[in-house]
Every structure is written in C-alpha cells, then in structure tokens.
Design a protein around this ligand. Structure first.
Ligand SMILES: Cc1cc2nc3c(=O)[nH]c(=O)nc-3n(C[C@H](O)[C@H](O)[C@H](O)COP(=O)(O)OP(=O)(O)OC[C@H]3O[C@@H](n4cnc5c(N)ncnc54)[C@H](O)[C@@H]3O)c2cc1C
Length: 372
C-alpha cells in the first residue's frame, strides 16, 4: 500500500500541520487560533536545550523575559590590534534558554492546536497540504509547513563550535560586557574566535567558534577554550555543561521540495553570521498573521538583497580566509552600537550599509562580485 493511501485512510483532518516544533515550528504554532492544527515534535525541550542569542529591543526583552538567561547593553570584538566596544541603550544582547522558550510556547498553545510528541513519518505532499503519520496515527492537513532543517553537506561553509558553561574560581573582569568575538586564537584552520557570555561575575558560557568548511575534533575546540581561559587568568571551579553545534552558512535544499518550509529550512539563517532567531520570529509572526487572514504563503525570511550581500561576504571569506578577522573588525568599527545591532538583525539602513561597504577590502569583493 502506498504511503499516500495508507495515510489518507482514517486520517484525522487538520487545517494546518507543522512538522518540527523547534524555534520556527513552535513560534508559528503559538500564533495560531480558531482552527484545527498540530505541531509535530519528537523531542522534549530539555533534550535539545542550548543558548539562542539575539539583539533585543525593550519590547522583545519584555516578551521573552521568562526565557532570558542574561542580557547585556555592552559587547566587544577584539583582535591583536584593537578592542571595539559597543554600548547601546536601545538594544541589548540577550541569551535565551531554548528549552525555556520552547516550553513557554508549548504551554501557550491555543485550544485546537495540538502538540504531537512524536516524529512525523511517511510525509506526502498533496497540493499545499499533505498527510503523514505520527505516534501510530494518521493525519491529513489542508496546509502543511515543514521546519525540519536541511541535511548539512560535507565541505560546505559552516559555523561550528564547542562551548562550556563554567563556574569560575574567582570573579571575572567586566561581567557586564559580552565578548562576541575574540580573534586572539589559532587562525590557521579558518576564521576562529572565542565567544564569551558572563551570566554573572562567576558564571561564564565560553565557546570556541570556527567559520570554515571543515569540522575539527572536539578536543581542538576544547584546547582553544582552555588556552583562552589561561590567557585571561580564569580558573574553572566547575564545568556545568558542554554544548556543541553546527550551523549552515550556505543555502541548502529542503528535505522535501513539495512542502512549504519555515525557519532554517526556508533560508532563515543569516549566512554571514549564523544568527536566525530574530528572522525566524519575524517570519513566523507574519505568517501567523497571514493565516489568521486566510492566506497561507510563507513570507521570505529576509530580503533578496540581504541574502546576496551575505553570500558575497561568504564568497570572499572562502576565497581569502585570511581577510576574515579584518572584515569582522572592520564591520564593527564602521558602525555605531545601534548600527551594529541593526546590521546583525538584518535591518541595517542605507547609512549603515554605506559604512560597512566602505570598510571592506574593495578588490577581493569586486573579484567575487564578478566571478559567479
Ligand atoms: C547549537 C546551536 C546554537 C544556535 N545559537 C543561535 C543563536 O545564539 N542565535 C541565533 O539567532 N541562532 C542560533 N542558532 C541558529 C538557529 O537559530 C537555530 O538552529 C534554530 O533552532 C533554528 O530553528 P528551526 O526551527 O529552523 O530549526 P530547529 O529549532 O532545529 O527545529 C526543527 C525541529 O524539527 C524536528 N524534527 C526533525 N525531524 C522531524 C520529524 N520527522 N518529525 C517532526 N519533527 C522533526 C527537530 O527535532 C527540531 O526540533 C543556533 C543553532 C544551533 C544548532
């Protein structure tokens, strides 16, 4: 029997089904009401807990307050030559617990929106909708959205990291400042930096992050973390956890071309930075608004121009990785704190863009612009 026939038989009818209840799926589900809907997610939030960071304005800080682990008005980027410190009153750099965020969303689903704690299987597209099975039951939805992330390919540009959540023996210097990028680490294998979030004067999330096409052994990132801690005279009292991740930095095809995609699967990750939380929030709240108005088309997560600029930035990075540090530092130096936050959020204005373009090395960008 084909999957289509099997699933169509005695299937529960839904108006909307969302495959995957991660950042995009569960955010969209919370915006739905007055219809029969389901979000299908096999993992409990704690199983996949990690830190999601964003530049948040006052409204977002308030809205996300229950999931925020830490927020800072000040952030810095450092290399061997300079330290750039940004301080903003309008945006704070906030770090969320993904588990707390997803749990809060799951608890806030409207009546009629069901959470199915299982993997969706035998997914078949039928027009804009489709059918699937989950937890031994069959479902048929008029409208189907797929948030399963695309498969990562070997040798593609990726942001990859290992991070430690630590308690320190003594107080950390400047716990009110986030280290977004400290480039004073081994640059021999690609663009490499340390990212450090001081959740208090004794608690630190520290990550060794690479932007390159090749993943390293876990111990390589761990050594970089140890080295940085030693250089900064920080001694570990207790390691509370380890987190690792790989984020695609180039467009990847979705798992099923016939189903509408949301989140990472729809290209919501900023290809030049790996940030996606804010674009996913914008995309899913606009889509929920559309659905409430009887329209079902997924909004593009960001403008085509922004995507083109990010791709160009990455092409330069792949062709001339030795320019990476100067490009990142140049971007931060050219912008004010608010301009930098806007740039990272994908909402840079013309003046922000002009400043960034002027700060970039012209010949490598022109070379990549004219080679497709
Ligand atoms: C470790 C890590 C840290 C990150 N940190 C940041 C950050 O600080 N800031 C930021 O902006 N971005 C960050 N990102 C990037 C991005 O925001 C996240 O990857 C985010 O989770 C993307 O949301 P999503 O909904 O597209 O995918 P996901 O959140 O991965 O959701 C997809 C869901 O689909 C489910 N699924 C898979 N197969 C099936 C199936 N067959 N049936 C049902 N469900 C299925 C999965 O269990 C998963 O929960 C990070 C990414 C990673 C990996």
């Amino acid at each position: 029997m084909s999957a289509l026939n099997k699933n169509s038989k005695a299937a529960t009818a839904l108006d909307i089904a969302i495959i995957g209840g991660g950042s995009a799926g569960i955010s969209l589900a919370t915006g739905l009401a007055n219809l029969r809907a389901a979000v299908v997610e096999p993992k409990i939030p704690e199983e996949r807990d990690c830190s999601w960071a964003l530049w948040a304005d006052q409204d977002q800080l308030q809205k996300l307050a229950g999931s925020i682990k830490g927020s800072w008005k000040q952030w810095r980027l450092v290399d061997h030559n300079q330290e750039i410190i940004h301080c903003s009153e309008d945006y704070q750099y906030a770090s969320l617990s993904s588990a707390a965020y997803i749990t809060a969303c799951e608890q806030n689903l409207a009546k009629g929106v069901e959470l199915i704690r299982a993997a969706a299987e035998d997914i078949v597209a039928i027009g804009n909708g489709g059918c699937f099975s989950a937890a031994g039951k069959h479902y048929r939805a008029t409208q189907l959205y797929d948030s399963r992330p695309p498969a990562l390919t070997e040798n593609s540009l990726r942001q990859h990291f290992v991070g430690w959540d630590i308690r320190t023996k003594t107080s950390i210097a400047n716990p009110d400042t986030v280290t977004l990028m400290d480039f004073r680490v081994d640059q021999s294998r690609g663009l490499h930096f340390i990212y450090a979030l001081p959740f208090s004067d004794r608690r630190l999330l520290i990550e060794s992050t690479m932007i390159s096409t090749k993943l390293e052994d876990r111990d390589w990132y761990r050594q970089a973390i140890k080295h940085w801690l030693h250089q900064n005279n920080i001694e570990i009292d207790q390691t509370l956890g380890e987190e690792a991740g790989v984020i695609p930095m180039q467009s990847l095809p979705p798992l099923n071309n016939d189903i509408a995609t949301i989140g990472t699967a729809s290209g919501a990750v900023r290809l030049s930075s790996g940030y996606a939380f804010s674009t996913i929030q914008q995309q899913t709240s606009l889509l929920a608004e559309r659905i409430r108005a009887g329209q079902y088309e997924v909004p593009s997560p960001m403008s085509k121009q922004l995507m083109r600029m990010d791709k160009l930035f990455n092409r330069v990075l792949v062709a001339e990785p030795q320019l990476g540090v100067a490009m990142m530092m140049g971007t931060a130096k050219a912008l004010s704190a608010n301009g930098f936050a806007r740039f990272m959020l994908g909402s840079a204005n013309l003046s922000d863009w002009a400043r960034v373009i002027m700060a970039m090395p012209k010949i490598p960008f022109l070379k990549q612009l004219f080679t497709s």
